[in-house]
Design a protein. Structure first.
Length: 373
């Protein structure tokens, strides 16, 4: 049988104003299409070092083990738990949205006993509640929270929890998938021991890599553990030998993805961290204001609203799916719907990395005016 030829891939470009992936600059795409070299080629080894150095600056840390994990943000999450937990360990997890929920699932699969500190979706978890939970469970090995809860748009304060964990045995684990490169993530200052992110949100690089950083306290835990890490692929004790001096082969590095990350990071530092955070803050405020004028109501707790992920209740009488479908099909704008318990009730409008531009806000607002009229 002769199979009918399928046409060359040619997707209609979209404005990606959802919860990720975000738009990617052509410089990143161009870097990804440059010639492959071997993953042990000396040229590539210097690219790796450059990437790690830029990631350290981005995480605001001196941690030696600061590398991209091969896989999306969830691979970073899995790495963060599977390397530190053995069955029977206790973990305290803040759950105020889908990603706290996912962390509980991951930790539970590692055989840990999960103590959940729950809060209503859209609200932060009062740091004092996490601290009380640690005091009540002195044997707990990890205390984990999500910095930017992408399912709700709430920004979790971290420094108080970090200061409490710092002089203690317990490891402070933070999900910074949506926050990294969109607002400050001060790993060293805030006493974070394990922190992971993803490339497809504010870094504006396609999905596929998950930057992670581990403190010295975390490394000590890792090297002292007696039982082999359950996951072969995500075993940091083996992966660190490839990214470190030894260049020991573990798995083939995703070369083109790393080219893309290198270029994305270069662009972040060309702009400057402070300027980049300011852009997200200013335009995040602007979008919220414009949406409120159209009758949307802000969903996340006041004072703790994320700049890069704007969660809003729909105006009275507006339908979720038909409007989002029209935005996409007619205007090529993607916005995110609600997940889980807020499905159909809220939208999540992303302003991440490259997407975070005044033209995109103006285009979305004009389009919504037209649709609502
Ligand atoms: C997107 C996201 C993840 C998961 O990342 P994937 O790239 O989808 O695997 C984890 N945590 C948070 C907070 C996220 O926003």
């Amino acid at each position: 049988m002769i199979r009918q030829m399928i046409g060359e891939l040619n997707p209609t470009p979209r404005i990606l104003m959802g919860p990720g992936p975000s738009n990617v600059h052509y410089r990143v795409l161009r870097a990804m299409s440059t010639p492959l070299v071997g993953h042990l080629d000396p040229q590539f080894l210097s690219f790796m070092d450059e990437i790690c150095n830029m990631l350290r600056d981005l995480f605001q840390t001196k941690n030696r083990l600061t590398i991209p994990i091969s896989g999306t943000g969830s691979a970073g999450m899995e790495t963060a738990f599977v390397n530190f937990l053995v069955p029977g360990d206790t973990v305290i997890i803040g759950v105020n949205g889908l990603f706290g929920e996912r962390m509980s699932d991951v930790a539970g699969r590692c055989g840990a006993e999960v103590i959940r500190v729950e809060e209503e979706w859209g609200r932060i978890i009062e740091p004092e509640r996490m601290i009380q939970a640690i005091k009540g469970n002195p044997k707990a090995k990890i205390c984990a929270v999500v910095h930017a809860e992408t399912s709700t748009g709430a920004q979790q304060p971290l420094d108080e929890i970090g200061s409490f964990c710092k002089p203690r045995e317990i490891l402070f684990l933070v999900d910074a998938v949506t926050s990294l490169a969109g607002c400050g993530v001060k790993v060293d200052d805030w006493g974070i021991d394990i922190c992971y992110s993803g490339t497809q949100k504010c870094l504006s690089v396609p999905p596929g890599l998950s930057p992670i950083t581990i403190s010295q306290k975390g490394m000590d835990h890792l090297h002292l553990r007696k039982k082999k890490i359950q996951s072969w692929y995500l075993d940091l004790t083996m992966i660190e030998r490839y990214w470190g001096e030894e260049r020991f082969y573990h798995h083939t590095a995703p070369v083109s993805m790393l080219y893309g990350l290198r270029e994305g990071l270069r662009m972040i530092f060309e702009e400057g961290l402070e300027a980049r955070f300011r852009r997200h803050r200013t335009l995040g405020d602007r979008l919220k204001m414009e949406l409120e004028k159209l009758g949307f109501r802000l969903f996340a707790q006041e004072g703790y609203r994320l700049p890069m992920l704007n969660s809003v209740y729909l105006p009275q009488g507006m339908e979720d799916l038909p409007v989002r479908r029209r935005l996409l099909n007619q205007y090529s704008i993607e916005v995110g719907g609600g997940l889980g318990q807020v499905k159909g009730k809220i939208w999540r409008v992303g302003l991440m990395g490259e997407t975070c531009q005044i033209q995109n806000i103006e285009y979305l607002i004009e389009t919504l005016k037209e649709i609502l009229a």
